[in-house]
Design a protein around this ligand. Structure first.
Ligand SMILES: Nc1nc2c(ncn2[C@@H]2O[C@H](COP(=O)(O)OP(=O)(O)OP(=O)(O)O)[C@@H](O)[C@H]2O)c(=O)[nH]1
Ligand SMILES: [Mg+2]
Length: 452
């Protein structure tokens, strides 16, 4: 944290109109002043922009605009300088090199944001959301991340922690005045509704966070079915390109073929699989094994059936299997005669369509969207935790609260309850980084891109 760090903050691979090099640390201004032709820069006011040239000795390297932002109102809370260079790869790297020769150190990935966190400007949730925002691949994921960046989630977690603290205070008072014998019973009874309230909020966070994870990472959709029903045709129709090979030969697809499809800001990962059947062909056997793995790991299974053929034994078996998962039964080839009879009472999730016409998949796409109720999210506060680290901690906190309730029911002395409650408070603290360990922090920020 003593070093002054610098990095190219714009995408270094592309030749844009400008590139930005960022410096942060106590020598940011001094180092820049040494190589900047504008002599007023060093003594100028904070949050001002300065014109001039970057110099290598006497040589002019680039004509630049330099932004000066003194602590503490900056991204890292340290002194920050941003140099806007002309965007060429060579020029930008030359400026960076001169800065390094004059005392700056090259920043590690995410180090600017890490400093913002360590200096207390943002909490861990907000920092992770910055990274999520950069990596957002769909509109919904962007909104979710932005919500984290602006600190709404943090507020929610803080409130929960405060509620737990007030319960703990209650217990402390009781421990300090043990002469009141009835006090324990009173405290137990007082705590019950409050614990229920906390439990309810935590359950909501945990449940909705599972949705948050899906928004962020996209929904894994598996196309499953026996050979020749039209799974690969379905993938191609979704992607509007001939990605998978389609023939009328059974067992055409041997390996999984993937593509992504976005609808109304929701990201779907589509996975076409080998047709499932008993086979002597060794290659096909491996394909079938993979299909089953995809089936097990999917968030949504689309079981494709050929409407033009009677149900086979294989179809029946697959119907049973997908029943255990979130699924849609897609009766394909509705341009041909219908020979399948499935009672909608037994199979409520049936959609018919075809891969041949432009609107053949309309109903299927609509149903896929509905299944995840993403539309409703538009009007909701997106207060979801969006990664495994955060969700696991929230689940732990929930467990602590449930344990406390259990202990109350068993009339366990209140000073024992304190242990679980403190644990809950601590686990929630870990989510926002109120307490943390070095290794976690290092791992987390290494995933950032350089210059962020
Ligand atoms: N009439 C009609 N034919 C279709 C439709 N969809 C697919 N087909 C045809 O069905 C045959 C098989 O299609 P594929 O997409 O290769 O089937 P698959 O399920 O991927 O087959 P495997 O890879 O062998 O498991 C091809 O001849 C397609 O042209 C449809 O909606 N209507
Ligand atoms: Mg296929």
């Amino acid at each position: 944290m003593e070093d002054t760090i610098c990095a190219i903050s714009t995408n270094p691979g592309n030749n844009g109109a400008i590139s930005i090099i960022r410096l942060s640390g106590k020598d940011a201004v001094n180092i820049t002043a040494k190589i900047f032709s504008n002599k007023k820069f060093a003594e100028s006011a904070t949050h001002t922009i300065h014109y001039g040239f970057i110099l290598d000795g006497k040589n002019k390297i680039d004509e630049v605009l330099v932004m000066k932002m003194l602590a503490p109102k900056t991204y890292t809370t340290e002194d920050v300088v941003e140099i806007n260079c002309h965007g060429g790869f060579l020029v930008t790297n030359k400026v960076l090199e001169i800065l390094l020769l004059n005392g700056a150190r090259l920043a590690e990935p995410g180090e600017f944001t890490k400093r913002a966190f360590l200096n207390g400007r943002i909490d861990l949730l907000e920092a992770e959301s910055v990274s999520d925002l950069i990596e957002a691949k769909s509109e919904q994921a962007r909104k979710l991340a932005l919500n984290g960046v602006t600190g709404n989630l943090t507020k929610l977690i803080r409130e929960l922690r405060e509620e737990i603290v007030s319960l703990l205070a209650n217990i402390e008072v009781n421990i300090d005045y043990p002469e009141y014998e009835d006090e324990q019973i009173v405290t137990h009874e007082n705590m019950k509704p409050k614990l229920q309230e906390i439990e309810k909020k935590l359950i909501k966070i945990v449940e909705e966070s599972e949705t948050g994870k899906i928004i962020k990472e996209g929904i894994q959709v598996a196309f499953i079915g026996r050979p020749n029903v039209g799974k690969s045709s379905l993938l191609n129709a979704f992607l509007q390109e001939e990605k998978a090979i389609v023939t009328d030969v059974s067992g055409t697809t041997r390996d999984i073929v993937e593509g992504t499809y976005t609808k109304n800001g929701i990201l779907f990962h589509l996975i076409d699989t080998a047709g499932i059947r008993k086979t002597e062909d060794v290659v096909e056997q491996i394909g079938v094994k993979k299909s089953k793995e995809v089936l097990n790991n999917a968030d949504l299974v689309i079981l494709v059936l050929n409407r033009n053929e009677k149900l086979t034994k294989e179809d029946q078996e697959l119907l049973k299997e997908v029943n255990l998962k979130k699924h849609i039964i897609f009766l394909n080839k509705d341009d041909l005669e219908k020979k399948i009879e499935l009672d909608p009472k037994d199979y409520p999730d049936i959609v018919e369509g075809n891969t041949k016409s432009i609107d053949g998949l309309e109903n299927l796409q609509k149903r896929m969207e509905e299944m995840f109720q993403m539309n409703e999210l538009e009007n909701k506060d997106l207060n979801f935790l969006s990664n495994i680290r955060q969700i696991t901690l929230a689940k732990k906190a929930l467990k602590n609260i449930k344990n406390t309730q259990e202990q109350i029911n068993q009339n366990i002395p209140i000073d024992i309850l304190e242990i679980e409650l403190k644990e809950a408070w601590n686990n929630l603290g870990l989510i926002i980084g109120e307490t943390y360990d070095e290794e976690l922090i290092d791992n987390l920020f290494q995933k950032f891109c350089l210059g962020k």
